[in-house]
Design a protein around this ligand. Sequence first.
Ligand code: URA
Length: 244
Amino acid sequence: MAKPISLEKILFSQGFGTRRFCSDLVYADLVKVNGVLAEDPEERIPTEGLMLNVEGKDWEFHEKAYIAFNKPPNYERSHKTTHHPSVYSLLPKPFVGRGLQCVGRLDFDITGLILISDDGQFIHKMTTPKKNIGKVYEITTPEPITQKQIDRLLNGVVLDDDPKPCFATACKQLGENTLAMIIVEDRYHQVKRMMAAVGNHVAKLHRTEIGQYLMPEDLDEGEWRWLYPEDLQKLSKSVDAPSA
Ligand code: URA
């Protein structure tokens, strides 16, 4: 069992602000611990199953944050964006406070499943090709997709900045202009460049699955949820074929 920690440190760890600010939240009667109004920021509290309420909002304690988010189009993944609002503008403020990062590359126009975390090891594991964790993309193209294009994606295409070819590990044609494709690498604009290399283009790009974790059907665009150990297990399993 984890050692009890002072309430002020717990609030700080969750991203509610500086230690001083977190103390002040308690003194201002704005923090409840498991439903009971807290009085002392120095009080040591067990963190297992801990439910906080801060400024009227419930907050589940998580030592490390693992989040699934259904990304809408026209949001950038960085904290300091250039042309579009940041995905963090759609997420609770403490996520920014505790330094969460999006896992892997994401173009502003891509939609669908993205992971967000503050666990560096997890972020590395999800993005390194060595772990063979597939990401399933649903691609919509302006031109019909041909079998020849699919074969080329599966056999590997060379992109302009790297002589090492990149492969689709599986493809499933969903319609004349739609394809589900799995890739394990995370190169810059990879799907868009692979489609261009075989003579087609990406009109829409949507991520539906990472490892064996599928975007939850009830997670609407712009919504997020915590991931639990059983979800993390599914995320780290390789996927042979798109479920779509
Ligand atoms: N491939 C792309 O082209 N863009 C992304 O955002 C992700 C994969």
